[in-house]
Write a protein that binds this ligand. Sequence first.
Ligand code: SF4
Length: 155
Amino acid sequence: MNYLQYYPVDIVNGEGTRCTLFVSGCTHACRGCYNQKSWSFSAGVLFDEMMEQQIIKDLKDTRIKRQGLTLTGGDPLHPRNLVVLLPFVKRVKQECPDKDIWVWTGYQLGELDNFQQQILPYIDVLVDGKFEQEKVDPNLVWRGSANQVIYRFKV
Ligand code: SF4
């Protein structure tokens, strides 16, 4: 899996101060996509063990307290990315149990296959659905279009 960007301190992609990873690769091709350069799975750079370690270290950093980790993109739930992210979120939950995990995906919750559903027990918030230009509402929080749904699995 490749990633396009990593923000070790981010306050705009989920609640609180977060570490945010923008993964490469998305096949939804939403009209008006805000991040078309993320569509290619070969964009960006390899997400390797060193990057995993860096994120874990940042999440544990007590100088700037992070509420959690955000995975966005691109699509973190595309099976090609999930192969890498599923073991990673398990690791994050094990090593940083007090941190929450937010995931943005272009799939709807109801259309996730068995493999994609395996990530759900490890994440706290899922924002689902394609970006639909005709349903854009600037007043929405954490989502761009009104068809998207915010699921909070843990409170
Ligand atoms: S799901 Fe997100 S990244 Fe993928 S095409 Fe739609 S808006 Fe762009």
